[in-house]
Design a protein around this ligand. Structure first.
Ligand SMILES: Nc1ncnc2c1ncn2[C@@H]1O[C@H](COP(=O)(O)OP(=O)(O)OP(=O)(O)O)[C@@H](O)[C@H]1O
Ligand SMILES: [Mg+2]
Length: 604
């Protein structure tokens, strides 16, 4: 184990296996919360007791970085003595166990929010609750569309109408629509408008990916946004916008380091004076006074930096539970924006609603549903989101549907539109017939001109396998095929940053990531691409078995998300013999045949 500090003052500790070998494929992931247990009884390290028995001594942290052979964990608190001792060279060979643990804080905040919802009277929260129970009616201000100064001039008429509605709604309104129809884009315009009105804004979404997506787009627009949450769970490119980093990297923070260094010198002086045992009362008092003064200076400068960073922020972005973080605990927001609201359970959604005067949600009933592990809880109501409840009862003036999409080639869109949206989805002229060959530097050839391909591996003898430890599935031969398709397309000049490889199985994701020819190609689970898009998407379905067992593939809403991330080309790879047991996939294969997009792996 080694110890050092991150810019955001977390204590970072790096762990390697005792054998120094590579970590197994199915180990912890960046962002996981872990508890650290010593394997030896650390009594000899001076702790005097077995920390396994005293839970308070067990530090918890967040996996911050991961390499082939090491894991770095960020700890928020100072490390206990027994652990610090382990960083000294004499104890370098001590071993530890990192246990994955759950984030209890979120559950606590959900419970608190629900209690508040039950009890509150005469508050905005009470109104949100009563509207959801149809005991109160939502209300509107009058706002004429001509009065609005559009910040994004490219919005279509429906998006403008959605923004106008959101500005006019006094309490709650919903924007909904299929993938790529510009829901998030409309929310961004709403926030720009709200900034002009000097309103305070909290923007949230139920996953870190979706929050990062909002943050990235705010930053692109030059809006000052602060991201709450642990930097480890936030994409590296965006970490400079986290509160932790903004505080640590603030120009005034340098002055603090200077004072801290000075303070260190004074402490040493004090120590030396003590050892000499003849400090002299006067000198001792003076030294103490200086130390106290510097400490106070540091404290007030830190507070100053914090206040500056927060007051400069036009939008605060974070997951729903982060609204209860200490940094903003007492703040009421004029506007709460919830993207991907159809993926959040009702208790999660209530957390930020306890602190807002108005809430605008965007979502799609046919994309990722909330994850509810208990079947019973799901059936008894947790499966239904607050978005859906509002959707069922709100009058039409509070809901706006978007139907024109600006992401996908028409052939990529067609199947999703037919399967989920009654064929109502329209591809805008600007994207309808675009293929990879339209991208600068990409060679024109059949592979870059076909927008959709289903590669059928039936009869190839590719077999799914169960990954030990994680119980996730992978399919090594299918992975080889994915990589060879990837290699081909890269050789045609396709920029790697514009390619995504998506699999619903984390074991397949890990396998593919460990073998990718180019680390700039993004390889992740469906959830990692929520709300996002790439020019080319390759989907690896993994399942191939005699029994027609489909597991995760049964979740067709998840598959809808995977397939609608592609702008100009979608390649789906799977085994028709296994897939055809579910109508969704037999429909997809039929669609592929009709559109001339079917290919057997034998033909490659
Ligand atoms: N009016 C518009 N004109 C041109 N492009 C647009 C317009 N609205 C949105 N876009 C573009 O279309 C793409 C999809 O938009 P956006 O991400 O806002 O859709 P979404 O409805 O939020 O999708 P998802 O359901 O996947 O979250 C983006 O590249 C966005 O920049
Ligand atoms: Mg979106």
């Amino acid at each position: 184990m080694e110890k050092y500090y991150s810019p955001a003052e977390h204590v970072l500790a790096t762990f390697v296996r005792q054998s120094k070998k590579e970590l197994p494929l199915f180990s912890l992931e960046v962002g996981d919360i872990v508890s650290l247990f010593p394997e030896q009884n650390p009594a000899f390290l001076g702790a005097g007791k077995d920390p396994r028995k005293t839970l308070s001594d067990i530090p918890t942290g967040t996996v911050y970085e991961k390499s082939k052979t090491s894991l770095t964990v960020a700890f928020n608190q100072e490390l206990p003595d027994w652990l610090l001792a382990a960083t000294e060279s004499a104890h370098r060979d001590l071993t530890f166990q990192l246990h994955k643990s759950i984030n209890r804080v979120t559950y606590k905040r959900m419970r608190e929010a629900l209690d508040a919802v039950y009890q509150t009277q005469n508050t905005r929260l009470a109104l949100f609750r009563d509207i959801s129970l149809q005991d109160e009616k939502p209300s509107l201000k009058k706002i004429a569309a001509e009065k609005i100064q559009w910040q994004d001039r490219g919005l279509n008429a429906s998006q403008k109408e959605a923004v106008r509605m959101a500005l006019a709604a006094k309490d709650v309104a919903l924007v909904h629509g299929p993938p790529g129809t510009g829901k998030t884009t409309a929310l961004l315009e709403l926030m720009s408008q709200s900034i002009l009105l000097k309103e305070s804004i909290f923007a949230t979404a139920p996953s870190n990916t979706a929050c990062d997506n909002i943050l990235e787009k705010l930053v692109e627009k030059g809006i000052n946004a602060v991201r709450l949450g642990h930097p480890a769970r936030i994409s590296v490119a965006l970490r400079e916008h986290t509160l932790d980093f903004k505080l640590a990297l603030h120009p005034m923070a340098k002055t603090i380091s200077g004072i801290e260094a000075e303070l260190g010198r004074l402490f040493k002086k004090e120590d030396r004076a003590r050892q000499r045992r003849s400090p002299g009362r006067e000198a001792e008092r003076e030294l103490r006074g200086q130390i106290t003064q510097l400490k106070q200076e540091i404290k007030s400068m830190k507070r100053d930096i914090f206040e500056r960073v927060m007051s400069e922020a036009e939008v605060i972005v974070g997951t729903p539970a982060s609204i209860q973080d200490k940094a903003i605990r007492d703040k009421m927001f004029d506007l709460l924006v919830i993207d991907e609201a159809t993926q959040a359970t009702e208790p999660i959604t209530w957390i930020p609603m306890t602190r807002a005067r108005k809430v605008i949600m965007a979502g799609d009933h046919f994309q990722l549903p909330p994850t509810v592990r208990s079947k019973e809880a799901e059936e008894r109501g947790l499966g239904k989101t607050l978005f859906e409840r509002y959707y069922d009862i709100l009058p039409d003036e509070f809901k706006k549907l978007l139907e024109r999409q600006y992401r996908m080639n028409e052939k990529i869109m067609g199947f999703s539109s037919r399967e989920f949206y009654k064929n109502l989805l329209i591809a805008d002229e600007s994207v309808r017939n675009k293929t990879l060959s339209d991208l600068p530097g990409v060679k024109k050839c059949p592979a870059t001109q076909a927008p959709l391909i289903f590669i059928d591996t039936a009869g190839k003898g590719f077999e799914e396998k169960l990954e030990e430890g994680s119980q996730s599935r992978y399919n090594p031969e299918e992975a080889e095929l994915v990589l060879s398709e990837l290699g081909k397309i890269l050789s045609f000049g396709m920029p790697p940053e514009e390619i995504a490889v998506i699999s619903p199985y984390s074991a397949q994701v890990r396998l593919l990531a460990s073998k990718t020819p180019d680390s700039r190609v993004e390889i992740d689970s469906v959830d990692g691409f929520q709300g996002r898009e790439k020019e080319l998407v390759i989907v690896s379905l993994v399942r191939s078995n005699m029994e027609g067992e489909m597991g995760f593939l049964n979740d067709t809403r998840r598959m809808n998300v995977a397939m609608t991330r592609a702008k100009k080309k979608l390649i789906v790879i799977g085994d028709s013999a296994t897939l055809s047991s579910l109508k969704f996939y037999s429909d997809f294969m039929k669609y592929a045949e009709e559109t001339g997009s079917y290919k057997s792996a034998w033909e490659l």
